[in-house]
Write a protein that binds this ligand. Structure first.
Ligand code: 5GP
Length: 346
């Protein structure tokens, strides 16, 4: 299936009336912000919009407006003209919403992952967009939707979170231009930032402590990784969404090329997240090897097995990938204050 142009996508949105919108399992700020913004925009055009996801919003996104559009997955009955997936490289990523998608008249796939499988009847995939929120901004503009504070706040949240507060390499001039537009509608960056990032529970900070304690480093190849077990979540009264962002601590260590987090989740499965600090190292390739996907600098996968089994396989593959590209840069051992951490075996 092919990628459609913005004009073709906009034509499709004009044509159909009854929509269901979903983002990926374990939804994040981009998935949530972009689906809400699109929902508000379509409603302004007189369309019927329902939003339902496989998993609930993490608490730090509950401040976002949703004007009755958001329903529990269990409440979804009947069929829809169009099911729109936001930020899902494959249809499996909508999780338990997949059945609803397959029953709908057609699927529109909006995504910015290079690993997208073009599973929609309409696909608008742009890996040059920092966030799907940028694509939704363009769609709403082309549809002639006048933005307002609700839409602008949702889009701002999407851009803020997927660019690591406008710090990752995906942040472009275009990202900032969109932010300028959004601020014209009254978005307050400091307020959004506080709502998203400064509402941690004590348990979340304790979980962070456990992750930091688990930190290990492969000095030679510059790989830093953390491990969170089910027990860590149980003891701190937290859930998977509370581990969002923890990988950035491993990534922030000087000399680290790749940061990885291993998180035990239910059903004997391990969620793996990868972050690359070097343009030469494409972690999407590593994630694809483990049936996951994502971007060059940020990707993820899910594997069955114990943490130790998964960790062993993943570290082996990661070293292989680093070796294969390391002719392009000088491998420098990670030394200094964190050197002691490397002695720890976990
Ligand atoms: P995170 O590590 O924050 O969960 O995800 C980083 C990036 O990789 C995101 O763009 C996310 O959509 C993608 N990603 C994470 N896990 C998976 C996965 O299991 N499969 C695929 N295809 N992409 C994933």
């Amino acid at each position: 299936m092919k990628n459609n142009s913005l004009k073709e996508i906009v034509r499709a949105f004009r044509k159909y009336d009854n929509y269901i919108l979903s983002t990926h399992i374990s939804p994040d700020g981009d998935g949530i912000g972009s689906e809400l913004a699109l929902g508000f925009g379509l409603k302004k055009l007189g369309k019927k919009v329902t939003i339902a996801n496989s998993d609930p919003f993490p608490a730090n996104y509950e401040f976002l407006p949703c004007d009755g559009m958001l329903k529990n997955r269990e409440e979804i009955k009947g069929s829809y003209d169009v099911a729109v997936s936001l930020e899902c490289p494959g249809l499996d990523r909508v999780g338990k919403m997949k059945k609803v998608f397959l029953k709908s008249g057609r699927i529109i796939n909006l995504d910015h992952h290079m690993s997208n499988e073009f599973f929609g009847d309409y696909n608008y995939v742009d890996d040059g967009s920092a966030a799907v929120g940028e694509q939704v901004f363009d769609i709403l503009f082309e549809l002639g939707v006048k933005l307002d504070l609700n839409i602008a706040t949702c889009l701002y949240t999407s851009l803020l979170t997927d660019t690591g507060s406008f710090s990752y390499s995906n942040t472009t001039r275009r990202t900032h231009e969109i932010v300028i537009e959004l601020m014209k509608y009254g978005v307050n960056p400091s307020e959004v930032n506080q709502n998203v990032y400064e509402v941690s529970s004590l348990g979340k900070i304790q979980l962070l402590g456990r992750a930091i304690n688990s930190l290990c480093i492969d000095e030679r190849y510059g790989i830093a990784w953390t491990v969170l077990a089910k027990k860590d979540f149980e003891d701190t009264g937290t859930n998977y969404s509370d581990s969002e962002g923890i990988i950035n601590y491993a990534r922030s260590i000087k000399g680290v090329n790749i940061a990885i987090s291993f998180t035990e989740i239910h059903g004997e499965r391990v969620k793996i997240s990868f972050r690359s600090k070097r343009n030469e190292i494409d972690v999407n390739k590593i994630a694809l090897f483990f049936a996951g996907g994502g971007h060059k600098r940020a990707s993820g996968a899910l594997q069955k097995g114990t943490v130790n089994e998964v960790k062993e396989k993943v570290l082996k593959k990661t070293i292989e990938v680093i070796k294969s590209v390391s002719a392009g840069f000088k491998l420098k051992p990670v030394l200094g204050a964190c050197g002691t951490l490397t002695k720890k075996k976990r």
